[in-house]
Design a protein around this ligand. Structure first.
Ligand code: ADP
Ligand code: TRP
Length: 321
């Protein structure tokens, strides 16, 4: 089974990325042949600073390796090291109905927010379809916000197969319900672009402040809180702390008597400890960037062999050979 996922080098890794995509992806390393990549071509739709892209790409590589990606098991690479993917993208463009892309939330949300718009942002799901189809991927672990992109991928593959004969496998998304949407400090979906993210790696003081600024209501400490399971700190606690610890805090909050300050302090401690081993590994990797570059180079070499095969199959099907 081929498992594939990608992440854009568009900013610091946060709890949403980690629990929504990275942790499930890392756990799948033992379940099949995993291919994970840094989507630097995709980042070009919204990041226009070359140096920042270079820096972020290295940061994502460090994050993934520090969090447990094992290059012995997983093919780990940078998207743009496989230029075949852009060639396949063109083939897919020509079978993609406009309406399919016009319906995409990712694009509509950006239009609604007034974010300046380029054609790449509109065409983004087609490049993503090429990423997935070019490795004959079966399973794609992602957060819920990517679900529609997976549907688009399947629609494009079906259309191509109908027109040119069976060429592509149909991939399945893997979305874990319990971490489908991790909330940010304001209660909205955690996202780099909403300024509500709690990063995984960063300065202790800054991260402590972020956690202490998680939005709470104005009910008094002693008041019982029947909706304790909806509390943002509790929801995050369930991700970073052992289940019995999180349950205990939830019960105390529900009964009344647990102050929000105390709860958030505890959340910080559990979060900080949960990532202590990864922080340690990351610090070691930072001193060994040549190793990281070598991992990506070798990964690209292997990925390229697979990509070339599927591209050749698609070109043959379309009469381009
Ligand atoms: P961001 O919204 O911060 O820019 P990305 O779009 O780069 O994040 O997402 C990278 C991966 O992390 C995707 O698989 C996405 O579904 C997942 N992800 C991002 N934010 C969340 C979240 N708040 N909850 C669950 N998964 C998330
Ligand atoms: N669009 C994904 C995101 O923003 C990143 C991505 C690009 C991806 N290509 C992919 C994810 C292929 C899974 C499979 O998170």
């Amino acid at each position: 089974m081929r498992i594939l996922s990608g992440i854009q080098p568009s900013g610091a890794l946060h709890l949403g990325n980690y629990y929504g995509m990275m942790k499930p992806a890392i756990e799948l390393q033992d379940k099949g042949q995993a291919f994970y990549f840094i989507a630097d071509y995709h980042s070009m739709t919204s990041l226009f600073d070359a140096e920042e892209r270079r820096r972020n790409t290295m940061e994502v590589a460090l994050d993934f390796l520090a969090c447990g990606l094992d290059p012995q098991k997983t093919v780990f690479f940078k998207q743009s090291d496989i230029p075949e993917v852009t060639e396949l993208t063109w083939l897919l463009h020509t079978v993609t109905p406009m309406g399919l892309l016009e319906r995409c939330h990712s694009y509509k949300d950006k239009v609604a927010k007034g974010i300046s718009f380029n054609h790449g942002l509109f065409a983004y799901p087609v490049l993503m379809a090429a990423d997935i189809l070019i490795y004959d991927s079966n399973l794609v672990p992602v957060g819920k916000d990517q679900k529609q992109h997976l549907e688009v991928t399947r629609d494009i593959a079906i259309k191509f197969n109908e027109l040119y004969g069976k060429t592509f496998l149909l991939p399945e998304p893997m979305i874990r319900e319990e971490t489908a949407v991790v909330p940010g400090i304001d209660g909205e979906k955690m996202s780099k672009s909403y300024g509500n993210a709690i990063e995984i790696f960063g300065e202790e003081k800054v991260l402590r402040q972020k956690i202490m600024s998680i939005k709470m209501d104005s009910r008094s400490v002693s008041e019982p809180k029947p909706d304790a399971d909806q509390n943002l700190a509790i929801r995050l606690m369930k991700l970073v702390a052992p289940p019995e610890v999180a349950r205990d805090y939830e019960e105390r909050l529900r009964a009344g008597g647990l102050g929000y300050g105390e709860l958030k302090k505890a959340l910080f401690e559990h979060y900080w400890n949960a990532f202590a081993p990864a922080r340690q590994r990351r610090a070691e990797l930072v001193n060994n960037l040549d190793y990281v570059r070598e991992v990506l180079r070798k990964g690209a070499e292997r990925a390229r062999v697979e990509a070339a095969k599927v591209l050749a199959r698609a070109k043959h099907a379309a009469g381009l050979d």
